[in-house]
Design a binder for this molecule. Structure first.
Ligand SMILES: [Zn+2]
Length: 417
């Protein structure tokens, strides 16, 4: 029987319905690929990260599908907020944290039940939360305490597209694990948290960044870190920095962060050009009002106030790799013959804290018509350590995560932490 218009419509409707059903099933399957309950909850404190999520809050909301316990850190008294608690309000009164109307002390631990996931302000994180009042008792911070491997699952998908090559994701997992543990061990003992969730360290977006590919990269590299020879000749971890797109050559860490490790000396990178967005590899010229630039720099660096106003900026030291140059420091010219100096990275991030306009220090600087012009820019980020777009290009060319890491961190070794 020939198809009538009506039956064609019915067929189309059926097709749409089938698509919707299978689409939901597919999404459902993908969700089921997520690991539950949160792995690593039983590992020692040495392998947990404390991530500062929020600072200076006066209220927030909490929720957890499995329910949670709120524990007063001073008295260890425990209050059970079961599955039916829904969204729980947290606030303050007279130096005390108030959870759903109940008074606690100045520090509260939130322990979710299985699958050990809790949402703060609607963002889901694995592990526990710790709410801590400030010394003045009027505001509180929220820290997420999470096993290192689960933390990494929330980092890799935020730092790299989860559809990138498995070997690139594995290289990212090893670099991120190394970096996190280095920062934790170097700075963690002197403060209540180990890392921030932002680019100030490495971006961590909790469960929303996770995927099956990301968990595969974390699990296949479990416990692996990069090391290099320390001053005493023993292998030790180092801050395995990485950035989006180096633009042609990675940078010596000494010139950006002031620390010196052999694997962070800088290498040529012919790879990222094949993967990076064109506007990241060659970024467009950008102008900033000269008076605004001067004010921002002097406000950020009070020692430069002797310059009164910055009238000109010139590259002072440049890392010259032939056809690729990156400004490592600039000379600032003030009034009455005064001058001062700043690192190239500090200059660009003071003028453009997001780093989205002046995308790297590999550029020219010119003063023109009352504006500072940043031109002929290349690359996105500080350029130290692994070039993420370069890692993806190498993985596409069949290189393993080990080959990628030994290229960008020359002389390093991969070891079990
Ligand atoms: Zn590169």
């Amino acid at each position: 029987m020939p198809l009538t218009g009506k039956s064609t419509f019915r067929n189309t409707a059926l097709a749409v319905w089938l698509l919707a059903v299978f689409g939901c099933l597919w999404v459902g399957c993908r969700k089921r690929e997520l690991i539950e309950p949160t792995p690593g909850m039983e590992v020692s404190e040495r392998l947990w990260m404390r991530v500062l999520l929020y600072e200076d809050l006066n209220r927030c909301t909490l929720s957890s599908n499995g329910g949670f316990n709120a524990i007063d850190a001073a008295t260890w008294s425990k209050t059970d907020f079961g599955k039916k608690a829904g969204i729980v309000e947290v606030g303050f009164s007279a130096d005390r944290i108030i959870v759903s109307g109940k008074q606690f002390g100045r520090e509260v631990i939130i322990r979710p039940n299985k699958p050990f996931v809790v949402a703060v302000n609607g963002e889901h994180y694995r592990g526990n939360l710790r709410l801590t009042t400030k010394a003045d008792g009027h505001l509180f911070d929220v820290t997420n305490e999470v096993p290192v491997e689960a933390y990494l699952a929330g980092v890799i998908g935020a730092e790299m597209p989860n559809y990138w090559e498995p070997e690139a994701l594995k290289a990212q997992a090893i670099a991120s694990r190394t970096y996190a543990l280095f920062i934790k061990r170097k700075f963690g003992s002197g403060r209540r948290w180990d890392v921030r969730k932002t680019q100030a360290n490495q971006v961590y977006s909790g469960v929303s960044a996770e995927s099956a590919t990301v968990w595969a990269a974390v699990n296949k590299t479990e416990g692996l870190v990069l090391t290099c020879k320390g001053d005493d000749g023993r292998e030790e971890i180092f801050p395995a920095y990485f950035s989006s797109t180096c633009g042609g050559h990675t940078q010596n860490s000494r010139d950006v962060f002031g620390d010196s490790y052999d694997p962070l000396c800088g290498v040529e990178c012919p790879y990222c050009r094949n993967v990076a967005k064109m506007s990241f590899y060659f970024w467009p010229m950008v102008d900033f009002d000269a008076d605004g630039v001067s004010d921002r720099i002097i406000e950020r660096y009070p020692k430069l106030s002797k310059l009164k106003a910055i009238e000109d900026i010139e590259p002072f030291k440049v890392a010259d790799y032939g056809n690729f140059k990156r400004i490592t420091s600039v000379r600032l010219f003030g009034k009455d013959g005064t001058s001062g100096y700043l690192r190239g990275e500090d200059l660009r991030l003071t003028i453009d804290p997001s780093g989205k306009k002046i995308r790297s220090a590999a550029c020219g600087i010119l003063k023109v018509n009352g504006k500072f012009r940043f031109y002929a820019g290349r690359g996105y980020g500080h350029g130290v350590g692994m070039c993420q777009c370069g890692a993806q290009a190498m993985a596409r060319n069949g290189k393993s995560s080990e080959e990628i890491l030994s290229y960008y961190y020359p002389g390093s070794r991969i070891m079990q932490d």
